[in-house]
Write a protein that binds this ligand. Sequence first.
Ligand code: HEC
Ligand code: HEC
Length: 341
Amino acid sequence: MEKMYLLLNKMKSVGLVLGLIIMSTLVSCVKNPPESSFKTTPYDIKVPKGFPVITYNPLNPMTQEGVALGRKLYYDPILSNDGRSCSQCHFQANGFTTFASNSLVHANLAWSTNFLWKGEVSGTLEDQMVFEVTKFFSTDVSKLNANEEYRGLFKKAFNITTITEKDVAYGLAQFFRGLVSYNSKFDQFSRGETDLSPSELNGYILFTTEKGDCFHCHSIPLTTDNSFRNTGLDSVYNSTNWGRYEVTHNPLDKGKFKVPTLRNIELSAPYMHDGRFATLAEVIEHYNSGVKISSTIDPIMTKPGKQYGLKLSVQEKKDLISFLKTLTDTTFINNKAFSKP
Ligand code: HEC
Ligand code: HEC
């Protein structure tokens, strides 16, 4: 009898639970009918061996749909009010820079925490893209909202019916996070897949030891440490070359600029924030013999042994350039997944 009672009780609670499940499914179906049909395909970034972990933005998970949308937006003048598209100043063939200006190389920005030469934006790629869309392009989202194709694409990627500037930025950010360069000759060498020539190897040694002393700032494998530094390009700093100081107003930041990635650097002349050097040979000569002293120069530039420059031989300068050229990633440059859809 007691057993029977217990069994009945159990059945009651099972029934109750079942009822609750059925009811809550019904309620959620009625409340959010579109959610059930919204499905995206995850986009996995292959993080290359030896690279740091990527910090994703949990608010903007990577999806095939989001990346495809960002790619289309990147190549579309619809974002601007003067007929320009992002790609117009950032050519894939030049590592997403242009030979006519001092725009920064776009590769491996997934690992960046500071953006633009003076670091006007810090945070994630989403923060940088909000800047691009709202401040730089002042994108008129009503054009996108009036465009049936885009309404469909945004719905597929983000399940939204009204497109805001934030959504545009998030799409672009996903495309940018996927721009990973990891197949240069140097990467292949690091993975033990190929050898460097004697000149490239010597350049690599110069780059990564105190003799050339590049690696403290252009740290391997990203070739940047994400910091701001004064590399002694000028001896006097005023409103034309204040750099990071313009953002922080800290006098110690005068003349500091973002340490740029050197990936695809062979393809992205002219060099430095103001494009003052036309060739890599000029850049190397700056580090070798052109460094100018000022109160905010980075201590690495003037440390013992470097007061009179690096004193590199003609061959050593050539070797450094040979090494820099091993950072060219033709797989990345020619990757159809990054080109105009
Ligand atoms: C008129 C040319 C031009 C156009 C158009 C343009 N850019 Fe740029 N971009 C630049 C220049 C120049 C810089 C470097 C400026 C600076 O740092 O002060 C830059 C910097 C950037 C950076 C920073 C990279 C880094 O390493 O910090 C990103 C990201 C970027 N652009 C993305 C975009 C996107 C997205 C668009 C379209 C919405 C776009 N750009 C349109 C010229 C352009
Ligand atoms: C103290 C840090 C530091 C050291 C050391 C250093 N760099 Fe740089 N490098 C920078 C910064 C910062 C910039 C950008 C400077 C600017 O535009 O004002 C830069 C710019 C460059 C550029 C141009 C990048 C572009 O997109 O225009 C090249 C090439 C380069 N460095 C190569 C080297 C090499 C080779 C060495 C070693 C001989 C070296 N760097 C040592 C910090 C450093």
